[in-house]
Design a protein around this ligand. Structure first.
Ligand SMILES: Cc1cc2nc3c(=O)[nH]c(=O)nc-3n(C[C@H](O)[C@H](O)[C@H](O)COP(=O)(O)OP(=O)(O)OC[C@H]3O[C@@H](n4cnc5c(N)ncnc54)[C@H](O)[C@@H]3O)c2cc1C
Length: 448
């Protein structure tokens, strides 16, 4: 029997414990969750609304989530994205234009000029040798043209990563896609191979699972999922300790962990899933070089503002809109939260969730709320006022896969590999979305 420590009770730590137990039932697992289970997932009830200060939906792409939800007995709690409101918009010249939902949509979209649509068509037959540190913006410009960089890559970067496309490294956002593109004789072949590889891997892992690609949440918000995982972990004998690990050391052969007040003994494997600052602190005396290196990662501070409006003042359909940098609006984008999943607020109201980048310290809550209110009023061309606003801040923010991140990750990997049995996971190293955390936890468990 091995002793396994998983440090961090966000979705990464929870799913590591979950899949590890499934694949290695004989192991004794301890999850150190810190004070709050769920990490960024922190659903809150406010007035008559269900708010998600952090993530609000899971993008199912391979069946892993569907399988987990069924195992947890949550299928009846699941909410699927409302198909009537599937349309996404991008702000262009002050107006909302439909965003393409598939490669075919690139031909019909009004976001690109006509000659650029031809360019994309011809790009499919060309080879691209993108350098590893190329930014998302330049990769899009080189392959698809300037409008695609400004009106597709830029809003995508801002909406998903809270960063500018100029500040993100393409090969780090999409490592496997990057490798396929640079190695394929034609872009089209690279894309095809990339999709085939992903599909085949997951079809082999989850042969019995049938699933529908798309965006999901739960009637009570994503916290329902966290609570169900926690319950299942406890039922399967996993010990959950709400303490913060503050020190790692090594006894004869194994690593030992301790909090400020308590030693927790030796472990055969330790998985760290927290932020750079947390992990760097734990390693401060044990491995100074690693501790210093991990602190070099950058973050994009992000603020979230929810607004409730009278439904009679808003007839908007769709999922929401993203704002490219070129439009110079102070917000990154807005999700029409009450359109996406039913039951998020009373039927007489329209609920919006807006992301604003920037240093949390600089703006007061009231300023963030009024920036949001003015931006939405201008874009929707309305004088309506929100019934209420609620501001959430995320510091240090979203890990930024900036140019140079790939090199940093390699160096971090080399340094951590010196400590046999210690691994890193979580959104700082495994990809930015919830699905990335689940998939990494699953692959780590099958590799062990
Ligand atoms: C505003 C916002 C919106 C987002 N929207 C989406 C979305 O809609 N869909 C999506 O897929 N993704 C979204 N994301 C990304 C998603 O939130 C992350 O992928 C995910 O939460 C990362 O989980 P994690 O477990 O790696 O980290 P975290 O959620 O940060 O959890 C880490 C946990 O570890 C704990 N910890 C750290 N150090 C220690 C220690 N020494 N001992 C014990 N515990 C420790 C921390 O306290 C924390 O609870 C969003 C993120 C933000 C900020």
């Amino acid at each position: 029997m091995r002793r396994i420590a998983i440090v961090g009770g966000g979705i990464s730590g929870l799913s590591h414990a979950y899949f590890w137990k499934q694949k290695h039932p004989e192991d004794k697992i301890v999850l150190f969750s810190g004070a709050k289970i769920g990490g960024n997932i922190a659903t809150e009830i406010f007035e008559d609304a269900i708010l998600e200060p952090g993530p609000d939906s899971y993008l199912e792409r391979n069946g892993l989530f569907t399988k987990m939800v069924a195992e947890l007995g949550l299928s009846n709690e699941l909410l699927t994205e409302n198909n009537k409101n599937a349309k996404r918009y991008i702000l262009k010249d002050g107006y909302l234009a439909s965003a393409p939902k598939s490669p075919g949509g690139l031909i019909t979209t009004s976001l690109l000029f006509f000659p650029e649509k031809f360019r994309i068509f011809f790009a499919m037959g060309k080879k691209f040798s993108l350098w590893p540190t190329i930014t998302l913006f330049d990769a899009a410009r080189n392959v698809l043209g300037i409008s695609a960089a400004e009106y597709l890559a830029s809003p995508f970067a801002r909406g998903v990563y809270g960063s500018e496309a100029e500040d993100l490294e393409f090969s780090s956002l999409f490592p496997k896609l990057y490798t396929h593109i640079v190695n394929a004789p034609k872009l089209k072949q690279g894309l095809k191979e990339y999709n085939r590889e992903r599909k085949e891997f997951w079809a082999a892992q989850l042969p019995e699972v049938s699933f529908k690609r798309g965006i999901y949440s739960f009637k009570g918000g994503l916290i329902t999922w966290v609570q169900a995982i926690e319950k299942s972990l406890r039922a399967s004998g996993i010990e959950i300790i709400q303490d913060k690990i503050s020190r790692i050391d090594k006894s004869t052969a194994l690593h030992t962990l301790a909090s400020k007040t308590k030693p927790y003994g030796e472990f055969d494997r330790v998985v760290f899933t927290g932020s750079a600052a947390d992990i760097g602190y734990v390693f401060r005396d044990f491995d100074k070089e690693f501790s210093r290196k991990i602190a070099e990662i950058k973050f994009s501070p992000i603020n979230v503002v929810y607004n409730a409006w009278a439904r009679k003042d808003f007839s908007q359909n769709g999922y929401g809109f993203l704002v490219p940098r070129k439009e110079r609006a102070p917000i990154l984008g807005t999700i029409y939260a009450s359109n996406v999943f039913s039951g998020r607020i009373g039927d007489d109201k329209f609920l919006t969730k807006t992301m604003i980048s920037g240093d949390s310290e600089v703006f007061k809550d009231a300023e963030l709320a009024s920036i949001t209110e003015e931006s939405i009023a201008r874009i929707f061309k309305t004088r309506a006022k929100p019934l209420w606003s609620k501001v959430f801040r995320h510091a240090p923010g979203i890990p930024r896969y900036a140019p140079g991140y790939g090199e940093w990750k390699k160096e971090i990997g080399t340094l951590i590999a010196k400590h046999d049995g210690v691994r890193l996971a979580g959104w700082m190293v495994s990809g930015i979305g919830l699905a990335d955390q689940l998939e990494t936890a699953y692959t780590h468990a099958i590799e062990e």
